[in-house]
Design a protein around this ligand. Sequence first.
Ligand code: RIB
Ligand code: CA
Length: 319
Amino acid sequence: MTKKRIIIDTDPGIDDALAILLALASPEVELEALTIVSGNCTAQQGLKNAQGVLSLANATHIPIALGVERPLLQPLLIAPETHGDSGMGYATLPEPDVAPIDSHAVDFLIERIMTAPGEITLVPIGPLTNIAMAIRREPRIVTAVKEVIIMGGAIRAGGNTTPLAEFNIFCDPHAAHIVFHSGMPLTLVPLDVTYQVVLTKEDVNRLLQIQSPITQFVADSTRFYMEFHDEYQSIEGCVINDPLALALAFAPQLVDAEAHYVDVDIAGGVSMGKTFADFYRMNKQEPNMQVALGVRPRDFLELFLERIESLAHSLTPAI
Ligand code: RIB
Ligand code: CA
């Protein structure tokens, strides 16, 4: 089986960390690199968290590149109420023992995609600032990239940051506009499907049957995340948006996707960052992406739990 080569562009964040662990636990993919963007926390904190997660999983050979530290136009927005001041909830991570690479994330993305045309799957799970900057710096990445699987947006679903807008898109709607209209082969994984994948306390207790730094990290990070979901949205458990997007790199059958023309509001009013699909082709525009609108939640959660269990077993020294 040829491994799918993936680069995750991320604002780690709790569910980002779970997506990184899922990638490391999945034999179908080769995690080539992480590129960091601000979002759930500052880019500098996200870099530290990414280094810590790779150290936790004995994967410090994977390069990390720091990216753009502020949105293109919008003021910086971070989410400590959701992910904690550290971005990792109640979890603690090993102190980083590797430095990020010298290249800027935008240059790194361009170099990797252009030297392996048709090979790299890009999985942006944070605001799209790095991706937009890379498109503007080297437009040819639009046709050289194999596919782009974006966690972001809310189509028929309400927003999680404003009543209409989802966090990744709302943080940098101008970057999203550039990416959506670039011609890249896009798949959007919006809140319409991610809000159906809720990790529960019972799921975490199942993982804790395995005594491992990995399962302890998942428990400590998601405990904070669950408290947020309970307090702000009366959800029992936590929505693990980013791992679902990552899983589509190797298990696209988990969702039902449709081709639609999708746009994002950058007018700056109450619907700033709102994403919408032209379901009835009113604008006579060709579809610009695949949109995941249906999902098999328990199939995904079972896959996620099995993979994290296998990663924990692989990293826990046999007694
Ligand atoms: O709206 C959810 C998205 O915003 C997730 O990627 C989460 O990590 C935050 O970045
Ligand atoms: Ca994220």
